[in-house]
Design a protein around this ligand. Structure first.
Ligand code: ADP
Length: 351
């Protein structure tokens, strides 16, 4: 038997974290591993406990139970709690919180007061260079765009060389047209710095595009973690599937390891015979001969694709077509791509 390669020790491990406010749980039994030099994205809907988990890691909140360990040091646990400022963890908040009366360079140098003046300036300048704002050191924050301010905030946090960097909804303050560009330059800067990063976001696209490792949260619990592709293609539950983008949840009946739906059949090995639900992404519903017959209810132009609403035997499903969509009222033949579909036992509470 070949031995598995030794796993790289996580930069931070949280085990069994619990936090409640006034008896209402915000984080329930959460385990989290941050891998060194990787970007981990914590994705979940608003109110699911993401910020609370981030604040527990930062040390801004004390857990009711569980522990957090980083670099062999216990940061939170039964023995006590290490104060936020000595955790070696940097934080960038949603609003960047730049000092308005300081230039970009002074903002970055602010956290380096314990260094000699010349070195402080040199390191601050190097950090601004890294976020590609080297020429804007003398600029006041209000003269910078949202994206530039965000990169100054990032440079300020990175300048202190934290072991771990936490970013809370880093793009929420930016216009839609800026987001992509800023996300690219920020990801580049984080990779260049070799930073270990936890990004909190409610934006699935953002999380999929940025993350080396994805952690999905729902109702205070971590419901799945893994590489983005695996989470997207092989969700642990309908809740996990929905978090990562549009998904069809179609009623099915399992018989002999096959889930039959109005739009086609899907393998369902291991599922008991009886009612089930099939999850399939819109791009996993395909036109093709020999499949199930469906009616086109609606067609909408979505930019790079058309959104086509289908109906068959009282069930609805959505598909995406790049070109030549059918028209409303047309009858089409469809099938479900087995690589983009999963069958789950029917659990009405989660639908
Ligand atoms: P998210 O970041 O996913 O939007 P939060 O962690 O901010 O979620 O909140 C999770 C739950 O905990 C919410 O129900 C929120 O109202 C509650 N909560 C968060 N912080 C506090 C607090 N300081 N006091 C009371 N309730 C809080």
């Amino acid at each position: 038997m070949t031995e598995a390669p030794a796993a790289i020790a996580p930069a931070l491990i949280a085990r069994g974290l619990v936090k409640a406010y006034g008896g209402r749980p915000a984080v329930i039994d959460a385990d989290l591993h941050l891998r060194p030099g990787q970007i981990t994205c914590l994705l979940g809907p608003s109110g699911c406990g993401k910020s609370t988990l981030l604040r527990l890691v930062a040390g801004l909140e004390t857990p009711d139970a569980g522990e957090i360990e980083a670099g062999g040091r216990l940061l939170s646990g039964p023995g006590g709690v290490v104060a936020p400022e000595v955790r070696g963890i940097g934080l960038v908040f949603q609003d960047y919180a730049l000092f308005p009366h300081m230039t970009a360079l002074q903002n970055v140098a602010f956290g380096l007061r314990d260094l000699p003046r010349v070195e402080r300036r040199a390191r601050a300048q190097a950090m601004l260079d890294q976020v590609r704002l080297g020429a804007r050191g003398g600029a006041w924050p209000h003269t910078l765009s949202g994206g530039e301010q965000q990169r100054v905030a990032l440079a300020r946090a990175l300048a202190r060389r934290p072991d771990i960097l936490l970013l809370d909804e880093p793009f929420s303050g930016l216009d839609a047209h800026l987001k992509g560009e800023v996300r690219l330059s920020l990801t580049e800067a984080l990779r260049a710095a070799g930073a270990t990063v936890l990004v909190v976001t409610h934006d699935a696209r953002e999380a999929l595009l940025m993350a080396d490792h994805l952690v999905l949260m729902h109702g205070g619990r971590i419901i799945q973690s893994g590489v983005p592709r695996a989470c997207y293609l092989d969700p642990a539950s309908p809740d996990a599937a929905r978090l990562l983008g549009e998904v069809n949840l179609i009623e099915a009946v399992v018989a002999g390891g096959v889930a039959r739906t109005a739009f086609g059949d899907v393998a369902a090995q291991g599922l008991a015979d009886g009612p089930a639900v099939v999850m399939v992404r819109p791009e996993g519903v395909r036109l093709g001969p020999g499949g199930a017959s469906a009616q086109v209810a609606q067609v909408r132009f979505g930019g790079g694709y058309h959104e086509v609403q289908l109906e068959a035997r009282g069930q609805r499903a959505q598909m995406h077509l790049a070109a030549d969509p059918p028209g409303p009222g047309d009858t089409v033949t469809v099938r479900i791509d087995p690589d983009l579909a999963r069958a789950f036992p029917r659990a009405p509470a989660t639908l």
